[in-house]
Write a protein that binds this ligand. Structure first.
Ligand code: G6P
Ligand code: MN
Length: 441
């Protein structure tokens, strides 16, 4: 039987990740068929740079789908089944400040971790709050699939601001991306690997890896990573900064080889080394701009005034796009497929705050994400996570109450900062640069 068709809105259609997401939607059209795609962004110019390509690729490979481009939220959020959301409030320009301002004070400059993640979190919370309110003014049934970062803070904030809302699902593709590399290393298909995982988003560990063939692959992988450089098999993560990031998984495992950390743990474990290696004039924001973004915009430019795709390659196969589409598919047809998910703890880790949003292996179906029971965690991990969770919670409370002191406490707790004098300097500087977006009293 043919599957029921869906109407989706891509919120943040000016993102350079969107053309590849369309490629994934085309590839999955049997599994997740669409009736209509609404492309929405408040920045018409940016979305417009890709519009000719987006229209051409859909006309060529998905002629049956209706396509709308709009800057009007009322058009975007009415009568739709899913919002695929990856907004970036403040765009690449603010990402660049998030990464560069902390470096002035000798602190890690990263878009989702440390002070940069804090500033971005404050911007995203405001944008996401407005988006959820708008979507819900039309329907309580629309699924909001959120990829907006920093997902840990956005997920916690949305849970606190919309506690009754059961149709917001926050996503991160990094566990999925790492599994892709593990599969290559182990020479098995990725779909056959079943992970065991726990933590907070961008702050977690793989603790097991079984195959659908019944084999346990975890020790093989652990020993491999102790003895070989970890190289990304996700083609999107091969820029220099990503290569350095993967190798620091090896470095961490020289000290603690029981579990395999997510790549983002490096910022909390090796902040001094990372700051020393950072170039305050050229951060990841710049690298992504001259790399991925440039390539996408150039490809899209080729499509202007063209009638067919000859000579233009279809952008596709992004890990992010695949994850988004597979998650939507799993919800729409109640498949209960396995994913690493963000959910409220509620007993999954009995010795951790019950209302925290944790990241664990689980399943996704018509009622959203469900985490598998994990069990108690030991003192080292519990200590690290409690500290990080306190930082996240104070960040969300600082946003909701416009509370400067809580923001200062949040940053002081963050393992990348520690000293309140540095926390204050970086907070004041970030607040000044974010004047248009947020302010604390
Ligand atoms: C991973 C993370 C995302 C993050 C992305 C950044 O996929 O899970 O949360 O947005 O990396 O990638 P970029 O290439 O923009 O630095
Ligand atoms: Mn992520």
């Amino acid at each position: 039987m043919k599957r029921k068709e869906n109407v989706i809105t891509i919120a943040g259609a000016g993102s350079a990740r969107v053309p590849a997401l369309l490629g994934n939607l085309i590839e999955y059209k049997e599994r997740f068929p669409l009736k209509k795609i609404i492309m929405f962004d408040i920045d018409n110019e940016r979305m417009g740079q890709m519009e000719a390509y987006d229209r051409l690729v859909l006309k060529t490979y998905y002629p049956e789908v209706e396509v709308i481009f709009t800057t009007d939220p009322d058009v975007a959020y009415k009568d739709i089944d899913f919002v695929f959301c990856q907004m970036r409030v403040g765009k690449g320009e603010m990402r660049s400040f998030d990464e560069k301002i902390p470096l002035k004070y000798g602190l890690v400059g990263q878009e989702t971790c440390g002070p940069g993640g804090f500033a971005y979190g404050m911007r995203s919370l405001q944008g996401m709050k407005e988006m959820v309110e708008k979507v819900r003014s039309y329907s309580k049934d629309t699924w909001i699939l959120n990829y907006t970062n920093p997902a840990a803070i956005v997920a916690l904030g949305l849970d606190r601001m919309f506690p009754e809302d059961k149709r917001i699902l926050n996503l991160c593709d990094q566990p999925y991306s790492l599994l892709k590399s593990y599969a290559k290393i182990l020479e098995v298909p990725q779909e056959t690997l079943i992970p065991k995982y726990f933590g907070l988003n961008h702050f977690g560990w793989f603790t097991g890896l079984k195959g659908t063939d019944g084999k346990d692959y975890f020790d093989k992988l652990r020993f491999y990573l102790r003895d070989h450089d970890f190289k990304p098999f996700n083609a999107e993560q091969r820029d220099k900064s990503w290569l350095d990031t993967y190798v620091r998984v090896n470095k961490y495992m020289n000290y603690f080889d029981e579990y395999i950390p997510t790549t983002y743990l490096q910022y909390y474990m090796f902040p001094t080394e990372i700051v020393q290696e950072s170039d305050p004039k050229f951060t990841r924001a710049d690298e992504a701009k001259v790399g991925r973004e440039k390539e996408v915009f150039e490809t899209c430019k080729l499509a202007e005034n063209k009638k067919d795709m000859s000579g233009i390659k279809m952008l596709t196969n992004s890990v992010f796009g695949k994850l988004m589409v597979e998650v939507a598919e799993s919800i729409a047809y109640d498949l209960n497929n396995s994913f690493v998910v963000m959910v409220k703890n509620n007993g999954i880790i009995p010795n951790f705050p019950q209302d925290a949003i944790i990241e664990v292996d689980g399943t996704i179906g018509k009622d959203g994400a469900r985490g598998n029971y994990f069990g108690e965690i030991s003192t080292f991990y519990k200590g690290l996570m409690e500290n990080q969770y306190a930082y996240e919670l104070l960040t969300v409370e600082a946003f909701m109450e416009k509370n400067y002191t809580k923001a200062l406490q949040a940053l002081t707790l963050n393992r990348t900062v520690i000293e309140p004098n540095k926390a204050k300097l970086v907070l004041d500087d970030l607040m000044e640069k974010n004047r248009e977006y947020w302010h604390l009293d």
